[in-house]
Design a protein around this ligand. Structure first.
Ligand code: AP5
Length: 192
């Protein structure tokens, strides 16, 4: 199964990807996690990304593509993947198409987790209190939501127009949302 998981900040991409990884036995590739690992390691890339992430803006397309190419060159992605957090703009969607075509691994489904904004804000506030992630400040969250509307929503429209999009209601318990995703992707799972 080759899955692209889309959705606004706080929609549950990371949470559901962790469960899907176990269920589908494919790696979870989160560009946010990859970037946070670089920041934690204090690498050159991490230093370049740190402030941009803290502000809630997008890290450069060039950095992201390099990181993704590197990740997809690892053999564990050959049996499938769950991609979380990429693409986030139309240029990244185009780069992803080209990359996956080149490696002969086009995605089966782009699944969008649909959650109303008030609930997104509530969930992120909950995580901020529990975990204190550097970009879960009210100001950064506002920027992330704006960036999502301005840059990532067009990617969703693009996938919808090309018939690649499956929208899943992301409101409900973790189990309910997980079951909806599994149902949404099951036709491909049975064939593949
Ligand atoms: P990234 O890490 O991708 O953050 P994000 O998109 O803002 O997503 P979140 O992690 O906030 O939300 P999520 O949808 O994963 O929800 P989660 O499952 O955690 O990116 C961070 C930054 O990195 C970006 O701002 C950017 O700077 C940079 N970046 C990353 N990718 C990039 C790219 N491609 N290009 C450029 N820059 C990039 O859930 C959130 C909370 O809700 C959790 O506490 C969870 O427990 C809770 N929750 C989840 N589901 C439910 C539920 N059903 N019911 C109740 N609570 C729930």
């Amino acid at each position: 199964m080759r899955l692209v998981l889309l959705g606004a900040p706080g929609s549950g991409k990371g949470t559901q990807a962790a469960r899907l990884k176990e269920h589908l036995q494919v790696p979870h590739i989160s560009t946010g996690d990859l970037l946070r690992a670089e920041v934690a390691a204090g690498s050159k890339l991490g230093l370049a990304a740190k402030e941009v992430m803290a502000r809630g803006e997008l890290v450069s397309d060039e950095i992201l593509l390099g990181m993704l190419e590197d990740r997809f060159s690892r053999p564990d992605t050959r049996g499938g993947f769950i991609l979380d957090g990429y693409p986030r703009n139309l240029a990244q969607a185009d780069a992803l198409d080209k990359l996956l075509t080149r490696i002969g691994q086009p995605f089966d489904f782009a699944v969008q987790l649909d959650v109303p904004t008030e609930l997104l804000v509530e969930r992120i506030a909950g995580r901020a209190a529990a975990e204190g992630r550097a970009d879960d400040t009210p100001e950064s969250v506002r920027t992330r939501l704006k960036v999502y509307d301005g840059h990532t929503a067009p990617v969703i429209d693009y996938y919808r127009q090309h018939g690649h999009l499956t929208v899943v209601d992301g409101v409900g318990s973790l189990d309910e949302v997980f079951t909806r995703i599994i149902e949404a992707i099951s036709p491909v799972k049975e064939i593949g």
